[in-house]
Design a protein around this ligand. Structure first.
Ligand code: ZN
Length: 183
């Protein structure tokens, strides 16, 4: 039922929405995460949030190592107890070819539900904590474009223009500027 899903790119308006909580934990959720893992691996990503496949629900998948045993699923995640700060380069499957330095909390706690609705908690620092924060941002409608500084925006201006043109070409009826509130 999810074979049609593909990764959507900026400035698709679905990436800018705040996603709603998952209330129903049925088998379709499992099918969705399987599709998301497939798309994530195809694009060599380490994380993928539901809005990135056009679904505005609070769910993301990730795999920080590339090992099959390290697939992780977080439904209705909440971040807490952020500590420290660290700057590192990030990319995003919805902003292909863009790499920007982003400040994140060094360590953080996540409380989330699994596919059966069971609540669990984890604490991590470094790379995994960074992926959590990046993917959580997607559920709030926040993208790297919202977090990067004026310098990075300038550096990536051409790339963003190309993505905008591509979106307009694929969605002739949509007024991308209006949807994303571009200046
Ligand atoms: Zn992303």
């Amino acid at each position: 039922m999810y074979e049609e899903l593909k990764i959507v790119c900026w400035p698709d308006p679905r990436l800018k929405r705040r996603s709603r909580r998952v209330e129903l934990f049925d088998s379709s959720l499992q099918a969705l995460t399987e599709r998301m893992f497939l798309l994530m691996r195809e694009s060599k990503g380490v994380g993928l949030a539901a809005p990135q496949v056009g679904l505005n629900i609070r769910l993301f998948v990730m795999n920080a190592t590339g090992q099959p045993g390290d697939d992780r699923i977080y439904v209705n995640p909440v971040l807490s107890e952020p500590s420290g700060e660290e700057t590192a380069e990030e990319g995003c499957l919805s902003l292909p070819a863009m790499h920007v330095n982003i400040v994140r909390s060094k360590s953080i706690r996540i409380t989330a539900q699994d596919l059966s609705g069971r609540t669990f908690e984890e604490s991590e620092s470094g790379y995994v904590a960074r992926i959590w924060q990046h993917e959580y941002d997607h559920l709030e409608g926040t993208l790297l474009t919202d977090r990067m500084g004026a310098g990075a925006r300038m550096t990536n201006r051409k790339l963003l223009k190309e993505l905008e043109d591509q979106y307009r070409a694929e969605h002739p009826s949509a007024d991308a500027r209006k949807h994303v509130g571009m200046k």
